[in-house]
Design a protein around this ligand. Structure first.
Ligand code: NDP
Length: 288
């Protein structure tokens, strides 16, 4: 079997078209959606992510504001900017690009964002609402994965879903969403004994590990749906410098029924769901 490729760029383009229309309708009501992005330090990957998010906002008609701080900024300065943005009616979403420099307590910064503007879904209140099955904002990467599965008509009810990775950003919210969709969910991590035993049972396998090509075709159940969240830059070999996922695409594609590529899979969906959350937030503000 050669798997069908789930094209995140194509699905994103379709979704962004309808987001553009929603943003225009809100702007016509005097409530143009607005996103503020906070970037502290000079991490090159973070700078690329922030640039891409701002560009995506412009393309769908979401107002964006970027606040850049040098790496040695005292945390109070960033916290006071967040407080001002919490009170700013033009802003419906606030995103703090992670990681933050070491003098910051990341949790304290994330908790400082108003839960009603927390479009990344990282605030404890929003994590709690998701755990209760009543989400306000779903973190963008797992939300994007669910949208890809929905768009492809993948039914999750009663399926064995295995998530490799238990981070707060991807693995844990992913598991909660799959439970909400009535899958039977297993979460694996670095201490899991016999990872392949679990991955081979998966009807739906979600990999969010950060280890290039770690999941190979022999670890995948024939016909499984494979979602590769990983974004890794190869350090050595003929493809050095190129991006790859956590899944060995070439061998996995011969076994799976559906598979996401890297790049062009989950990555573009993450930014699309950030736009969706910001527009949803503006919608709620307009309805108040
Ligand atoms: P983290 O480093 O926070 O988490 C990685 C998880 O993988 C941890 O739970 C870790 O286990 C687990 N893990 C590590 N090694 C193994 C192993 N050998 N076997 C099983 N599990 C293992 O990463 P993130 O969740 O933030 O990101 C994961 C990947 O997804 C990265 O490549 C990242 O770049 C990418 N990413 C992509 C996004 C996108 O838009 N497509 C968005 C966010 C992330 P333990 O908890 O025990 O340490």
């Amino acid at each position: 079997m050669t798997a069908k490729i789930l094209d995140g760029n194509a699905l994103s383009a379709t979704l962004r078209q309808s987001l553009h229309e929603r943003a225009a309708a809100l702007a016509a009501q005097g409530c143009r959606p607005g996103l503020a992005v906070i970037l502290v330090g000079e991490n090159p990957a973070s700078q690329v992510y922030v640039r891409n998010k701002i560009k995506a906002c412009e393309a769908v008609g979401v107002h964006s504001e970027k606040y850049e701080f040098p790496a040695d900024t005292p945390p109070e300065k960033v916290l006071s900017r967040i407080a001002a943005l919490n009170a700013d009616p033009k802003i419906h979403g606030i995103l703090v690009q992670l990681p933050l420099p070491p003098q910051f307590d990341e949790n304290a910064v994330l908790e400082a964002v108003s839960p009603e503007k927390d479009v990344d879904g990282f605030h404890a209140e929003n994590v709690g609402l998701l755990a209760q099955g009543n989400p306000r904002f779903i973190s963008c990467t797992p939300y994007g994965v669910m949208e890809m599965l929905r768009a492809e008509g993948v039914s999750l009810r009663g399926k064995e879903a295995v998530v490799v990775g238990r981070s707060n950003i991807v693995g844990k919210p992913m598991a909660l969403l799959l439970i909400g969709a009535s899958a039977t969910v297993t979460v694996c991590h670095s201490q899991t004994r016999d990872l392949a035993f679990h991955t081979r049972r998966a009807d739906v396998l979600i990999c969010a590990i950060g280890k290039p090509k770690m999941i190979t075709g022999d670890m995948i159940k024939p016909g499984a749906v494979v979602i590769d969240v990983g974004i890794n830059r190869l350090q050595t070999g003929p493809d050095a410098g190129k991006l790859c996922g956590d899944v060995d695409f070439a061998s996995a594609r011969e076994v799976a029924s559906l598979i996401t590529p890297v790049p062009g899979g989950v990555g573009p969906m993450t930014i699309t769901m950030l736009l969706a959350n910001t527009i949803e937030s503006a919608d709620r503000a307009a309805g108040k």
